[in-house]
Design a protein around this ligand. Structure first.
Ligand SMILES: [Zn+2]
Length: 256
């Protein structure tokens, strides 16, 4: 294995253990998945059936990025075809582990959005909102400056979609719409009745985004209990998103 592949894998294992810490309530059992771009046309993704709280190097499968992305170009894909195409895109064809069902959306974020590290989780606070009748409305506005500094000017929202092939196609569409609107890749993707995806340049950025978005959702739940959120205005949001001292804070937090 190359030095880059080994270094990336080590960083991904460390990030996964942090994300999987039980007291953070981000995932339980086999929930969630994490990935990292090696930078040579391959990436690491959590293997199906492994658990983030017990992550080791053996929990990750190395994949060829472009053939995984190409799965999302198909007009349709049966469950059997999907599984076979994913297995065919492994770097080591004899690897007995199966990559996560959500491998395709990870590959698309890496290849088409330039993201390096990704953590997909099912935090209770996020899903309390994503599983409510107010899911889409609740994420339409921004609540406080640090949400914008860490998580970007808005989250990208994906209506409920069948996990695997259909979800990857939906996430791809939403990421490109977001990039056209904001001129940057989303840092947060929220999926109705499902969970959170944090996308970043470093493991620390992904951890920061996850923690701050969970906090945002806790604040939202409190705000709804007191009559509903008071969102910042578009001018307030643009001011925070573009002001130089916030750019300095972003760099200090290892956020792009
Ligand atoms: Zn999930």
């Amino acid at each position: 294995m190359s030095d880059a592949a080994q270094t990336t894998l080590n960083a991904l294992v460390a990030m996964s253990l942090e994300i999987g810490r039980p007291e953070r309530d981000l995932v339980i059992l086999g929930e969630g998945n994490t990935s990292a771009d090696v930078g040579d046309g391959t990436f690491w993704i959590k293997a199906s059936g492994t658990q983030l709280p017990q992550a080791t190097a053996d929990c990750f499968v190395r994949m060829h990025t472009e053939p995984v992305c190409a799965i999302a170009d198909r007009p349709a894909c049966s469950d059997d075809e999907f599984k076979a195409l994913l297995e065919a895109a492994r770097v080591d064809a004899h690897d007995p582990r199966r990559p996560s069902t959500e491998t395709v959306l990870h590959a698309l974020a890496i290849h088409e959005m330039g993201v390096r590290y990704i953590a997909h989780t099912h935090p209770v606070a996020v899903n309390a909102i994503m599983c409510s009748v107010h899911a889409q409305e609740a994420v339409q506005g921004r609540l406080f400056p640090d949400e914008i500094v860490v998580c970007g000017p808005a989250p990208a929202y994906v209506p409920y979609t069948d996990p695997g092939f259909a979800l990857a196609v939906a996430v791809r569409r939403v990421m490109h719409t977001y990039a056209d609107r904001w001129g940057m890749a989303p840092k947060v993707i929220v999926m109705q009745n499902h969970g959170l995806i944090a996308l970043g340049a470093t493991p620390q950025e992904v951890d920061n985004i996850t923690a701050m978005y969970v906090k945002t959702c806790r604040v939202l739940l409190g705000a709804y209990s007191l009559g509903g959120p008071h969102f910042l205005t578009d001018d307030n949001v643009d001011r925070i998103h573009t002001r130089p001292d916030e750019g300095y804070r972003r760099r200090a937090l290892h956020i792009q």
